[in-house]
Ligand binder design. Structure first.
Ligand code: ATP
Length: 218
């Protein structure tokens, strides 16, 4: 059965590294990938663009291909969205289909801080996407999980619904939403770091251009 892979994130804004790593993961896993924007991320400050704008950016970015989809269930749910709840919901929908939670190496390193993180492995595999500047130097609790769960070949995830970890070596792209927000706030035009469609509608990037970052300082 072809896996379903999920790339969660704030996508504030979506950038070309999100698209590139999601696409490469789809190929390496022979999976359908859904991008899943988070409503109120429990682990970080609130996004600058509201949920409607972030979804509009995702829709614009994903137009014209059918391998990467969009899943807005966490926005519809409202309140804090815990990945473990979302994965349990997906598991109930997908039967025994392999589900792979895709995490950039930075997000994976923070996993032990997540709500009920051990339970994630009951509902999904984890695919760790390499990311420039993030060493594969996992905290001890994660290293332990790696010893027990890691498989070398992404295709080994196809045979079972959940419980394994695979590292996915994707093309290194040193791009982050933080850097893009900084460029936009400084009046720059980060064309080619963002999907081109985001420049077609000036309303999409307006929140970053208009945002006064001093508001966020304590
Ligand atoms: P920010 O700079 O605001 O923290 P971000 O660029 O990390 O944002 P997110 O929306 O937080 O983007 O990321 C969603 C997921 O995509 C995370 O798992 C993150 O690790 C992964 N990701 C984002 N950028 C890259 C990249 N350049 N290479 C590999 N993975 C990435």
């Amino acid at each position: 059965m072809r896996p379903l892979a999920i790339l969660g994130g704030t996508f504030d804004p979506i950038h070309i590294a999100h698209l590139a790593v999601a696409w490469e993961a789809a190929e390496l896993l022979d999976a359908d990938v859904r991008l899943m924007p988070a409503a109120v991320p429990p682990h970080r400050p609130p996004p600058i663009a509201d949920a409607t704008t972030r979804v509009a950016m995702l829709r614009a970015a994903l137009r014209g291909q059918d391998r990467l989809g969009l899943d807005t269930r966490e926005l519809a749910r409202g309140g804090p969205s815990y990945t473990v709840d979302t994965l349990a919901e997906l598991r109930a929908e997908e039967g025994d289909r392999p589900i792979v939670l895709l995490l950039g190496a930075d997000a994976f390193a923070g996993l032990p801080g997540w709500h009920r993180w051990h339970a994630l492995f009951e509902a999904a595999h984890i695919g760790v996407l390499s990311r420039p500047g993030v060493a594969r130097d996992w905290p001890a609790e994660l290293a332990e999980q790696m010893v027990a769960r890691q498989v070398a070949d992404p295709r080994q995830l196809c045979g079972r619904p959940a419980g394994k970890i695979v590292e996915l070596d994707v093309t290194p792209l040193d791009i982050s939403a933080t850097r893009i927000r900084d460029l936009l706030a400084a009046g720059r035009d980060p064309r080619y770091l963002l999907p081109e469609a985001l420049f077609d509608d000036p309303a999409l990037l307006a929140p970053y251009r208009e945002h006064d970052f001093r508001e966020r300082l304590p």
